[in-house]
Ligand binder design. Structure first.
Ligand code: NAP
Length: 529
């Protein structure tokens, strides 16, 4: 059995960077990846319209300044093939593939306290031992197939957006159902509508949405950004969002209706997440939030011709941006097309899927293909999918049955030498993911270096430090409107999952300072042996 310094699970943005850093430090690293190549999220999510909601110029590694200058992103927000091309290029240039075993899923990991080693088991059956186990498995990587009666009986084509066929799908001339209207549904519906003969969009919850305002990359804006890249990266690292956003801060409740409308016209015209960044009270004041929500509903009412359909597309049951805000490109206009129909599952719930399509409480929809845009077992799913056992054989699944607990979103008490990249309890999904990933990878790398220098072989989060962190993360989340929504942030999309608001809300900059303070204090809150 091979013995490594570290095993890295996943070859997305985080696994690749982690491998690069550890190799540079002279450690032996073995990576495992279930896919047949690098890319992570961008390897699996190839559905039509898949695009990043963070701007291209900031959604890339910051540690490759020459590549920053050389790389050209064709659009303001990149489509999946462009991002995958970038990741593949980095993997090739840095020769990272040779460290990975592809088509190999890690299924188990158990820690031997006598030797301070993890034994890692995979499908199809490799076993290796390693001092450190680093789970770079992504926050949204275990697809959620909904528990709809009869799903397996369907005789047509069935797709999950997170497992999209590499050769693509041609829906031309077909009757198609899309189930799910989160970010993914909202991105894919306009594209599928271009091909399908008839498209039924099954919506359970209308989502708050802002226009992406995507466009071809403006050469002047690109030149200007590239001339200040290093400064932009530095700003992003210390920002709330992990992105470069305007530094103005506006309190919605200080504005009268006319001023607010003018202000929101401005941010809506900028598009994407600019609509949520400047506002100090958006996610804490229900009244401020409702004023923005109503503005956004009016936007939809102006874009959808049939007033009844428009009303159904307006989110009313949760505050604005408390489920992941969606960014759309012609989503709402798609419902003006004669061959596209919205099915409101609040009025007519799905009863079953059968051989020929979808049956709701009032009729049967005959379709030849069903697209499940039904999301993921987010944040914890990819971690609890692996049978991870600590020194006493206690399992991570059991430790997290009432919700994930950890220290700094990076380590779990009872599981020594295990690190989670962008785990629950860290800013991850509330920020630019690449910025969040880099912070975690660099912190873990520095921690391993420090251990190496001191001859330490084992690091483990202390129970009391973990309890304080969990309490802090929970209290911070509870001070916002986020927990009011039945979102995947709280695990509400997975039946039986404990309801806990999982991300850290105080921003990447603050979080970075807190993690650095722990390191500067000799890894306070950890037991190091
Ligand atoms: P999602 O946000 O969890 O949305 C899933 C959708 O499926 C929801 O509309 C949900 O309805 C519906 N659904 C689930 N089970 C259902 C059932 N049994 N019957 C009917 N409807 C059902 O998943 P997602 O859209 O894949 O997005 C997940 C996350 O991935 C996003 O929030 C985002 O963070 C990330 N993402 C990012 C990008 C990007 O940056 N470009 C693009 C896509 C996705 P309910 O709301 O009622 O549960």
């Amino acid at each position: 059995m091979a013995h490594l310094d570290a095993v890295v699970v996943g070859a997305g943005f985080s696994g690749l960077y982690m491998t690069y850093r550890l190799r540079r430090r002279g450690l032996s690293v073995q990576g495992f990846e279930a896919g047949t190549d690098v890319g992570g999220t961008w390897y699996w999510n190839r559905y039509p319209g898949a695009r990043c909601d963070s701007e291209s110029l900031s959604y890339s590694y910051s540690f490759l300044p020459d590549l920053d200058q050389a790389w050209h992103w064709p659009e303001r927000y990149s489509e999946q093939p462009e991002i995958l091309k970038y990741i593949e290029h980095v993997a090739t240039t840095l020769e990272l593939r040779r460290h990975f075993r592809f088509g190999t899923r890690v299924t188990s990991a158990s820690f031997d306290p006598a030797r301070d080693l993890w034994t890692i088991g995979t499908e199809p059956g490799d076993r290796v031992t390693a001092r450190f186990l680093i789970m770079a498995t992504g926050c949204l990587s275990i697809p959620n197939w909904p528990a709809i009666d009869g799903i397996e009986r369907f005789r047509g084509d069935r797709y999950h957006t997170g497992l999209w066929p590499h050769e693509g799908v041609d829906f031309s001339g077909k009757r198609v159902a899309v189930i799910g209207t989160g970010s993914t549904g909202i991105q894919s519906v306009p594209r599928i509508a271009r091909q399908a003969e008839q498209l039924f969009v099954f919506q359970r919850t209308a989502n708050h949405c802002v226009p992406a305002q995507n466009a071809p990359m403006d050469p002047e804006a690109e030149r200007a950004y590239k001339s200040r890249y290093a400064r932009m990266r530095e700003k992003a690292r210390h920002s709330i969002s992990g992105d470069v956003v305007p530094e103005e801060y506006i309190t919605i409740m200080d504005l009268d209706d006319g001023e607010l409308a003018k202000e929101l016209d401005r941010t809506w015209a900028q598009g994407g997440f600019y609509t949520q960044y400047p506002y100090t009270d958006l996610l804490t004041s229900p009244e401020a939030n409702e004023r923005v929500a109503e503005y956004s509903r009016n936007h939809i009412r102006g874009r959808v011709r049939d007033a009844r359909v428009a009303e159904r597309l307006c989110a009313k049951d949760h505050p604005f941006a408390t489920k992941r805000l969606c960014a759309d490109s012609f989503y709402f206009e798609t419902f003006n097309e004669p061959h596209v129909r919205l099915v409101d599952l609040r009025a007519t719930p799905i009863r079953a899927i059968d051989e020929r399509g979808v049956a709701t409480s009032d009729r049967h929809y005959d379709v030849e293909a069903i697209v499940f845009a039904t999301g993921f077992d987010a944040m914890t799913g990819a971690l609890t999918a692996v049978d991870i056992r600590g020194p006493e054989r206690a399992s991570l699944r059991d430790a997290w049955k009432d919700g994930p607990v950890n220290y700094l979103g990076l380590a779990v008490a009872g599981f020594p030498n295990l690190f989670t990249v962008t785990g629950p309890g860290s800013p991850s999904v509330l920020t630019n993911m690449v910025s969040a990933i880099e912070q975690h990878v660099e912190w873990i790398d520095a921690c391993l270096a420090w251990m190496g220098e001191g001859g330490a072989s084992r690091i483990e989060a202390k129970g009391e430090a973990q309890a304080r962190w969990v309490d802090y993360v929970n209290r911070s989340g509870d001070a916002t409107l986020f927990p009011r929504a039945d979102s995947w942030y709280v695990g509400a999309n997975i039946p039986g999952k404990a309801r806990v608001f999982m991300p850290y809300v105080n921003g990447l900059g603050t979080y970075r300072d807190e993690c650095d303070a722990v390191a500067d204090d000799g890894y306070a809150g950890f037991t190091v042996t």
